[in-house]
Ligand binder design. Structure first.
Ligand SMILES: O=C(O)c1ccccc1N[C@@H]1O[C@H](COP(=O)(O)O)[C@@H](O)[C@H]1O
Length: 217
């Protein structure tokens, strides 16, 4: 099985090109004004147009109003909306009824209870992302998830691992958790909001090395 790779918080065409060339399966665009990675909907639409069709575009929103969510979907036309606030399963269900998008829900992984409570998204989320608990920002803080909570857990939904991943720890994270998707933002930056092309390349290579080691040809 090939691990899916999401590189999040991209804001330049160069970063999109690098992520796509290095093997990202998903790129993330953050529309959240408090984030150093915030892009306007118009910028996100431009970056979406730049993205090759084999790479899925994930638009990240945090507790956005119904009006903003609809405007964002119509302007950017993402493949996925990643809900990274305290959005409820009912809201994801409504979004999926009215918009042609996948709905992903990010959850701050505090304890085993988080995994139990995640079952409330069965039937509404297309994928869960387990991130470190919220701090000053709801995500993008570079804090590492307690991977041991995920070891041996049976996931009812497709899922992904986020939170504090970087080129130097992603292989260890994958070996520990067997995550089918890894999601990185600050771990491939040289400063908040500034993507580092070399780190993006090294991150993707580390994931490929893991996959190769697991499934030697
Ligand atoms: O990236 C951001 O600025 C951000 C802002 C608000 C919510 C989520 C955000 N990013 C997401 O957080 C996780 C983990 O990020 P990191 O790798 O620890 O920096 C990831 O899903 C980002 O997409």
């Amino acid at each position: 099985m090939t691990t899916l790779i999401k590189i999040c918080g991209l804001s330049t065409e160069a970063a999109i090109d690098t992520a796509a060339r290095e093997g990202a399966t998903h790129i993330g665009l953050v529309h959240f004004e408090k984030s150093p990675r915030h892009v306007t909907l118009e910028q996100a639409a431009e970056l979406r147009r730049r993205t090759p069709s084999h790479v899925k575009v994930v638009l990240l929103l945090v507790n956005a109003s119904p009006e903003l969510t609809q405007r964002a979907q119509r302007t950017v036309r993402p493949d996925v909306i990643q809900f990274h606030g305290s959005e409820k399963p009912e809201w994801l269900r409504i979004v999926k009824q009215h918009m042609p998008v996948e709905a992903w829900k990010a959850l701050g992984l505090r304890s085993a209870d988080t995994l139990t409570n995640a079952r409330r998204f069965d039937g509404s989320a297309d994928r869960l992302l387990f991130d470190a608990p919220a701090q000053a920002l709801p995500g993008g803080n570079g804090s590492v998830v307690d991977w041991s909570l995920l070891v041996g857990h049976h996931h009812a939904l497709p899922w992904g691992l986020a939170g504090g991943l970087n080129p130097d720890n992603v292989r260890e994270a994958l070996a520990a958790t067997q995550a089918p998707l890894v999601d990185v933002s600050s771990g491939v930056e040289s400063a908040p909001g500034v993507k580092d092309m070399d780190k993006i390349a090294r991150f993707c290579q580390a994931v490929r090395d893991h996959d190769q080691h697991r499934n030697p040809a």
